[in-house]
Design a binder for this molecule. Structure first.
Ligand SMILES: *Cc1c(COP(=O)(O)O)cnc(C)c1O
Length: 375
């Protein structure tokens, strides 16, 4: 097997390169699985495996022993099925009207999130025979899921006729360690699961795995932490970094004191500055909120081992970095600026951009050169 798989344009033709470390991803999955044992660990691969590439990530996880995957959409589940012919693949966003045949044709499992979906699936199963599905019960999110009283009103016969093989709910704020809501949801879900004897239960996302054994039930559903995101915000990240984003420096330039950089002249050089220009921008998913002005520091990149702040607006395809702190001999045209990876984890990048690491990862553009390494 190739040590590296490349996709997208060659590095020299693209504005930047994404490197996805599949070895780190698999390690993270094993690490989370060990924490959750004896519960089993699934993998959440929605949104193109959080921007890291569903096609490339599913197979290594299967080889590592992952037997259950969750996607958001039916289209994603079909793509996952191509990589994982035997796995249990659930579609979190449920059953769109008229799609039971499409689910059954690929042996995919809807996570039934309201009574209408349950009834449509139940009617389909009545004709075609029971096909596996999950029942999502809401314990506080008020997004998807039956209300607990709706779920408990379903009879055991109805549940088995509809092939319900998993009972699940979702935490509202599991990443906030002290939020009492998590304990309340866990207790409510525990009580609920007692009403569904013989049906495996699943509650925990990445951060939920760290809330203790009582949150694990039978199956845990990590997403973000698999991809190197920190499930414990504000504490040391127990996960290995998976994503690295670097962009070659297009040119280096000097600006004299007092000149401005970028659209609308919102950043002014305080003293002579040396600048590095890179060819990625908000069109690549690097959010415009990374803009540095005289008033706000904006985002940063690592150049020649040093953290360097942005200068001026993040534009569509360009970002300017103030590399004055890097000795002139240490940086030249073509050298990489590191935007995600190493010392600059996705959580920190998310914070600099006024969002979270989830949005940073899922926004990663298809324009980048991509390589998957470490298998
Ligand atoms: C996205 C999602 C997960 C995974 O959450 P992470 O915080 O990324 O681990 C688990 N369960 C449901 C229902 C989800 O929507």
């Amino acid at each position: 097997m190739a040590a590296e798989a490349h996709s997208g344009p060659p590095y020299a033709w693209a504005g930047g390169r994404l490197t996805i470390d599949l070895g780190a991803l698999v390690d993270n999955w094993r690490n989370l699985g060990a924490r959750a044992a004896p519960a089993r660990a699934a993998a959440v691969v929605k949104a193109d495996a959080y921007g890291t590439g569903l096609v490339e990530t599913v197979r290594p996880l299967v080889r590592a022993g992952c037997e259950t995957f969750f996607t958001a959409t039916l289209a994603e589940a079909v793509a996952a099925r191509r990589q994982a012919p035997q796995a249990d693949i659930y579609v979190l966003n449920g059953l769109p009207p008229g799609t039971p045949e499409a689910f059954a044709a690929e042996q995919l499992r809807p996570v039934l999130g309201n009574l209408d979906e349950f009834r449509e699936w139940h009617a389909f199963c009545a004709a075609a025979g029971p096909k596996p599905a999950a029942l999502h019960v809401d314990t506080g999110m008020n997004r998807l899921g039956l209300r607990p009283e709706e779920a408990t009103a379903l009879g055991a016969h109805e549940l088995s006729a509809a092939g319900i093989e998993l009972l699940m709910s979702h935490f509202v704020s599991s990443e906030v360690a002290e939020d009492p809501l998590s304990a309340r949801q866990r207790a409510d879900f525990h009580a609920l699961a007692q009403r569904f004897p013989g049906i495996p239960a699943s509650l925990a996302n990445s951060s939920g795995i760290f809330l203790g054994a009582a949150a694990h039930f039978d199956l845990v559903r990590p997403g973000y932490a698999l991809y190197g995101g920190n499930p414990l915000p504000g504490r040391d990240n127990p996960m290995r970094g998976v994503v690295r984003l670097e962009a070659p420096i297009l040119q280096l330039r000097r600006v004299p004191e007092g000149e401005t950089v970028g659209y609308n002249g919102q950043w002014r050089a305080r003293g002579e500055r040396r600048l590095a220009v890179i060819g990625i921008g908000y069109a690549d998913g690097y959010l415009r909120s990374g803009t540095a002005t005289d008033a706000v520091p904006g985002s940063a990149a690592i150049v020649a081992g040093r953290r360097c702040p942005f200068a001026g607006r993040v534009s569509m395809d360009l970002i300017v970095i103030d590399v004055t702190a890097v000795p002139e001999k240490d940086v030249r045209r073509g050298d990489p600026a590191l935007l995600i990876g190493g010392e600059l984890g996705v959580d920190e990048v998310g914070a600099m951009l006024g969002t979270n690491g989830y949005e940073v990862l899922t926004g990663l553009s298809g324009r980048y050169a991509r390589r998957h390494v470490g298998e």
